[in-house]
Design a protein around this ligand. Structure first.
Ligand code: GLV
Length: 323
């Protein structure tokens, strides 16, 4: 009998068609609103589904597992997987996969660099000012920004995405310093990146600090008030990783009090809520978790997600099992 897969919100057809071509019944939730846990449970109880494609906005834990006992695989359509209780899934013999599409590292790296250049050139502030009708002719002192050339890029997390970001930063003529739990010798060889064993040592040296770590108990509030005070008052902070890696109230305080110069955030501590305080500041750029939102990446993620499910039900270990 053909297997049934539920998709909690619409994702690109590129992946859904792969599942259908392999004989799967695919039900996609018609609504693109983020379902609550109770809504997820009632959606999954409509049929005895064999697999579920989840998004990083779905909170999947013991109550969902209990309510949908037929589900053998949760295939997360995301690189991250902090939205799923992996330990509980493992206890129950449920497989969890993710979709770290090779292209997603490029997309996130490009977005990170776009944010850095936008901060340096004050592009968003300037754009908003023009739209408000405030441009009355060229002025030598209007929206003075900073150069990137020769500045120091401080990478936090030298994995797949961080390494791509550093290649772009290097191409822009930046010096690279980085910290991670282990050294990345290849990155050092390719970009001249210099390793710092601790984030405390890296922060005072960097002109731009960019975060590329997963959300784990050890990385929650990795950047707090004390860390922000260690940074240069001229420095930028960029977060395209996960919101809770930065203590947002401390960041807001630092931006208001010129403890650091500016920040760019693609992710938020209490996502999708973005504090009014942050929204009222000129020295922060806010994008709605779109760093990997290129069509090429989204399609590739969908195909990988579908392939994880197909591999599992055809008796192969999927490439991207995370538990
Ligand atoms: C996006 O944040 C992802 O994890 O894919």
């Amino acid at each position: 009998m053909s297997k049934s897969v539920f998709v909690t919100r619409p994702i690109p057809e590129a992946g859904l068609s792969v599942l259908r071509e392999h004989g799967y019944n695919v039900d996609v939730n018609a609504s693109d609103a983020i379902p609550s846990r109770d809504e997820t449970i009632s959606l999954l109880q409509k049929k005895p589904y064999d697999g579920v494609i989840t998004l990083l906005t779905d909170s999947i834990g013991v109550d969902v597992f209990t309510a949908a006992p037929s589900v053998k695989i949760y295939a997360n359509y995301a690189s991250g997987f902090d939205n799923i209780d992996l330990i509980e899934a493992k206890k129950r013999g449920i497989i969890v996969t993710n979709a770290p599409a090779p292209r997603s590292a490029e997309a996130v790296a490009e977005h990170t660099i776009a944010l850095m250049l936008a901060l340096a050139g004050r592009i968003v502030e300037a754009d908003q000012s023009v739209r408000r009708g405030e441009y009355h002719g060229w002025s030598p002192m209007n929206f003075i920004g900073t150069d990137i050339l020769g500045k120091t890029f401080g990478l936090v997390g030298a994995g797949r995405i961080g390494a791509r970001v550093v290649h772009y930063a290097r191409a822009l003529g930046m010096n690279i310093i980085y910290t991670d739990i282990t050294k990345n010798e290849q990155l050092e060889k390719e970009t001249g990146a210099v390793y710092y064993q601790t984030i405390d040592a890296l922060l005072p040296k960097a002109d731009v600090v960019s975060l590329h770590v997963p959300l784990l108990p050890t990385t929650r509030h990795l950047i707090n008030g004390e860390h922000l005070r260690r940074m240069k008052p001229t420095a930028f902070l960029i977060n395209t990783a996960r919101g809770p890696v930065v203590e947002e109230a401390a960041l807001e305080h630092a931006l208001k009090n010129n403890i650091i110069a500016a920040a760019a955030l693609d992710v938020f501590e209490f996502e999708p809520r973005v504090s009014l305080g942050l929204r009222s500041l000129n020295n922060v750029i806010l994008t709605p978790h779109i760093a990997s939102a290129s069509i090429e990446t989204r399609d590739e993620m969908a195909v990988i997600t579908a392939q994880n499910i197909i591999d599992f039900f055809e008796g192969r270990r999927p490439h991207y099992v995370v538990n």
